[in-house]
Structures are given as structure tokens and as C-alpha cells.
Ligand binder design. Structure first.
Ligand SMILES: NC(=O)c1ccc[n+]([C@@H]2O[C@H](COP(=O)([O-])OP(=O)(O)OC[C@H]3O[C@@H](n4cnc5c(N)ncnc54)[C@H](O)[C@@H]3O)[C@@H](O)[C@H]2O)c1
Length: 249
């Protein structure tokens, strides 16, 4: 197994891509902390992992809250004694024309998608430094690399995640801590449900994706397992697009 006995924290693991990542990592032998502000979904993910022979613990966490992040890391250390892998996956999107975007929506998106990554990295990196190694995988988006209409704060947050990933990759490479990010294309989850349910938007999204199917959470999960495993030890500061070729155009 590629992650045998590795200890991983996955944020936003109550649903969608994060749940897919938790299940794929558990299948490869990782022990997990499922961190999410959704208790119901988080406990469901834990049950799915534990029922399939894996080991997971739920910690109710709002990633934009430093006290919650501290509790998340401490719970992981109390249960497993170490943190080998941090997957910063929790994220939200708000749709509005830029000039109508409220400050509250800007703050919510930036605080969860960008500050949340900062807080979790800041808390976990000292543990990885003590251990002499670690893997950090941040969930960006193709929207961090190309513009999308009506999602200005989201694009800004995901571009920020890419820049932060590169900065951390340089800073901590000497300590064998890898920091990479994934840029998913359009993946079938609650986040994209309404877009994919609208025939005009679905047509636009399908025609912009060269590969002839929609993305699934497991597409992202497999890329995350790779970036968490020893197979990718020499991959650092990379943005791995898992987008069916969207960014290739
Ligand atoms: N679905 C896509 O097409 C797509 C594309 C590009 C990037 N992404 C990114 O992938 C990640 C996962 O997205 P998804 O599609 O699975 O979305 P989703 O809405 O299905 O799941 C997001 C999860 O994050 C949790 N979450 C949200 N805010 C949180 C907070 N403050 N603290 C803790 N947990 C929180 C939610 O409860 C949920 O479980 C996000 O960062 C998203 O921006 C998704």
C-alpha cells in the first residue's frame, strides 16, 4: 500500500472531493483525520472509511478559525502521534458579478479558501519539521490559473493558493516537506451541481473540457494519493491540473 501507516488530515472531507480523497487514502493504508464543519457528512465519511477496514477520526473544524485548526491538529497528534500529510481541501464558492460582490462574500471565500490554508499550514508545519518530512497538498482550481466570470473572490483565493504553495515549497524543501497543489477542472460534486443541472452551462462546461466525460471526485483523489506518496518525493511546488485538458487550450 502506498500510504501504509501514514497519518493524514483531510479538510472538507465530509463530502465531494474531500470524501473521495479520504476514501482513497484509507484504501492505501493511511490513518485519517476527517476535518469539516459539517458534522453529519463528516461522521458519514468516517463510517465509510471504518466500515471498509480503514481508520478515521472526525474533528468538527471550521478551517477559517485558528482555534478549530489547533484542535484539529491536536486531535490528530493525540490519536496518532504524528501528522505526515495535510490536505487543504475545504472550500466554498460564491457567484455574483464582481461589482455586486458583497464584502461578506469576499471575506467568507478568502477566509475559508486562502486563510484556511495559511492557518492549517502554519499549525502543521512545525510538527512536520520535528518529524523531518511531510507532504502538503492544497486544493486550488483551474480558476486559479484562468479567469471565470462571476466568481472573482474564488479566482483570487485559488490563485493565492498557488502562490502560497510555491512559497512554501521553496521554504521547506530543505526539510523534506513537499508542498504541491491540484487544480481540478469541473468535478461532479455539490459545488458544481447547479451548474451541471443547467443545460446551457453544462453544454459550455462540456465543450470546454476536451476529455469526453465529467470529472469525478476519485480523479482528484488519485492525484492526491500520488502527491502524498513517496512516488512524488521529487515533485515540489507543482500545480497538477486534473481537468480533462481544460488548461491545455
Ligand atoms: N467541484 C469542482 O468542480 C471543483 C473544481 C475546482 C476546485 N474545487 C475545489 O475542491 C475543493 C472541494 O470542493 P468540492 O467540489 O468537493 O465541494 P463540496 O461543496 O462538495 O465540498 C466541500 C466540503 O468542504 C466543507 N467546508 C466548506 N467550508 C468549510 C469550512 N469553513 N471548514 C471546514 N469545512 C468546510 C464542506 O462542508 C464540504 O464538506 C474546494 O476547495 C473547491 O474549491 C472543486
Amino acid at each position: 500500500m502506498r500510504l501504509q501507516d501514514q497519518v493524514a488530515i483531510v479538510t472538507g472531507a465530509a463530502a465531494g472531493i474531500g470524501r473521495g480523497i479520504a476514501l482513497a487514502m484509507a484504501k492505501e493504508g493511511a490513518k485519517l483525520v476527517v476535518a469539516d464543519w459539517s458534522e453529519e457528512g463528516g461522521r458519514e465519511t468516517v463510517a465509510l472509511v471504518n466500515n471498509s477496514g480503514g481508520k478515521a477520526l472526525f474533528v468538527k473544524t471550521d478551517v477559517s478559525n485558528p482555534a478549530d485548526i489547533n484542535q484539529m491538529a491536536q486531535a490528530c497528534l493525540d490519536e496518532y502521534g504524528r501528522i505526515d500529510i495535510l490536505v487543504n481541501n475545504a472550500g466554498i464558492v460564491r457567484f455574483a458579478p464582481f461589482h455586486e460582490t458583497t464584502e461578506a462574500d469576499w471575506d467568507a471565500v478568502i477566509n475559508i479558501n486562502l486563510k484556511g490554508v495559511f492557518l492549517a499550514c502554519k499549525r502543521v508545519i512545525p510538527e512536520m519539521l520535528k518529524q523531518g518530512r511531510g507532504k502538503i497538498i492544497n486544493m486550488s482550481s483551474i480558476a486559479g490559473q484562468v479567469g471565470f466570470e462571476n466568481t472573482g473572490p474564488y479566482c483570487a483565493s485559488k490563485g493565492g493558493v498557488i502562490a502560497m504553495t510555491r512559497a512554501l515549497a521553496l521554504e521547506y524543501a530543505p526539510h523534506r516537506i513537499n508542498c504541491n497543489c491540484i487544480a481540478p477542472g469541473i468535478i461532479k460534486t455539490a459545488m458544481t451541481h447547479d451548474m451541471l443541472a443547467d443545460p446551457a452551462q453544462k453544454q459550455f462546461l462540456s465543450s470546454a473540457t476536451p476529455y469526453p466525460r465529467e470529472g469525478e471526485p476519485d480523479d482528484i483523489a488519485q492525484a492526491t494519493v500520488y502527491l502524498a506518496s513517496a512516488e512524488s518525493d521529487f515533485v515540489n511546488g507543482h500545480v497538477l491540473a486534473v481537468d480533462g485538458g481544460w488548461l491545455a487550450k
